[in-house]
Design a protein around this ligand. Structure first.
Ligand SMILES: NC(=O)c1ccc[n+]([C@@H]2O[C@H](COP(=O)([O-])OP(=O)(O)OC[C@H]3O[C@@H](n4cnc5c(N)ncnc54)[C@H](O)[C@@H]3O)[C@@H](O)[C@H]2O)c1
Length: 396
């Protein structure tokens, strides 16, 4: 295995873009990955200007087609190891598909693409070509999400009876899109965002958090997709009652119209022996409630296995994941870094011709992306039938 930093090419990220910046900080956090190229904007001239103005030298391309084509003949040390897709949802499918076919691994923003048909094609291609593929469900990268998953899936809370997974925001409580605000404008446009606005944008995060922490799937759902802001084309409020694969129930809810709420993502898992509560705006800790006992608060980096609740044999790789001592807070960028770090490990194995995982335990996969789209399409069907219980499609 080479010690050379992995080379990453950006698709999107120019002119006032948002999510590229947390990603690029996270990519450079370990010194083992670096951004070397980018197709940063739809207009080729602007794309090249933006690349020339990037805070450190990168090779600019007029389009992602050019960037992917150039890779075939690039010298070995300039070849891209993966691309990072940080464009609006309607520009995920095409670059992801073309990159895989050109033998480049893909780290793609969520939701995976616009619809289930595109999602199925991406899953099939990644399997056929055996290319690593990560989906940027950021919040799985918090160490406390990893610990939550361990606690719930090792049965420490008993049977999961009820889950409340939510993502509540307030930034679209008025018609921000009418001002031309970049991030709002495409998110409320079905051609660029997909069939659901709020659900696709942040409901998919709430679903992913539920599936990641509990290991359970939604089997049936009853959905209400609502639009509170007049004249908006897509839902801005998303409330889904769910049946889970173990017979439990869940509420997956998201909203963009709750003034004062910022990125209020959180999960409550109520089991037959206890309850877990985690909040991403306070991501360094999780709380366990047990009957007739004081609450237990577990802080990242300050967990002692064998403490009367956690067993002695908490997996060593989980215990090793925090990068800085507890009390020096990790947050959003660190969560992204953990995802890129784990993806890097799989990309390096793949490049060395070894078996790699992409099993969903360290970052969300292309299959998780398919499930997100399946969930959205089932929600749209149910909501169109006044919330009638509707089955999720069979897994791909
Ligand atoms: N994981 C998270 O927590 C998280 C948070 C925010 C956004 N997102 C996702 O990230 C994606 C981008 O969201 P954003 O808020 O950063 O959007 P944005 O509008 O801020 O940025 C999008 C960028 O893509 C560029 N772009 C558009 N079409 C292009 C093309 N054909 N070629 C090259 N560049 C092109 C735009 O010029 C812009 O630079 C979305 O899919 C969104 O759902 C994820």
């Amino acid at each position: 295995m080479s010690d050379k930093p992995l080379n990453i090419g950006l698709v999107g990220g120019g002119k006032g873009a948002f999510i590229v910046h947390p990603h690029q900080k996270a990519i450079h956090m370990d010194g083992t990955r670096r951004i070397v190229a980018g197709a940063l904007f739809p207009d080729p001239k602007v794309a090249l200007e933006e690349a020339a103005n990037w805070p450190y030298p990168i090779k600019g391309y007029g389009s992602y087609d050019e960037m992917i084509a150039a890779n075939a003949t690039a010298p070995a040390d300039e070849k891209l190891d993966y691309i990072l897709i940080v464009t609006p949802n309607f520009v995920h499918y095409d670059p992801a598909m073309k990159a895989m076919k050109a033998g480049i691994a893909v780290f793609c923003e969520k939701p995976l693409c616009l619809n289930l048909k595109e999602a199925a094609a991406l899953v099939k291609t990644s399997r056929k070509l055996n290319v690593p593929f990560a989906l940027a469900h950021t919040y799985l990268g918090h160490w406390t999400s990893r610990l939550s998953r361990y606690i719930v899936q090792s049965g420490l809370l008993g049977d999961v009876r009820w889950v409340d997974s939510h993502y509540i925001q307030g930034w679209l409580a008025s018609k921000l899109e009418a001002t031309g605000q970049q991030q709002a404008a495409w998110r409320v446009d079905p051609k660029r965002a997909g069939g659901s606005g709020c659900g696709g944008d942040i409901g998919t995060h709430a679903l992913m958090q539920l599936r990641y922490v509990t290991g359970l799937d939604v089997t049936d759902l009853s959905a209400q997709l609502e639009t509170f802001v007049q004249g908006r084309m897509l839902d801005d409020h998303f409330t889904i009652y769910c049946k889970l694969s173990n017979g439990g129930k869940a509420l997956v809810r998201a909203s963009q119209i709750c003034i004062g709420h910022k990125n209020d993502l959180g999960i409550t898992v109520a089991g037959s022996k206890g309850t877990l509560v985690w909040k991403q705006e306070d991501p360094e800790k999780l709380v366990i409630h047990l009957p007739n006992q004081p609450d237990r608060v577990y802080w990242r980096g300050a967990v002692t296995p064998g403490d009367g609740f956690l067993p002695k044999n908490v997996p060593a790789d989980l215990m090793a994941e925090p990068t800085i001592p507890s009390g020096h807070p990790e947050a959003f960028h660190d969560a992204f870094a953990r995802l890129h770090r784990c993806f890097e490990s799989d990309v390096r194995k793949w490049k060395a011709g070894k078996k790699f995982n992409c099993d969903g335990s360290k970052y969300a996969t292309v299959e998780d992306g398919w499930t997100g789209l399946a969930f959205i399409e089932t929600c749209l069907k149910s909501s169109g039938k006044k919330g009638a219980w509707t089955a999720m499609p069979k897994k791909i």
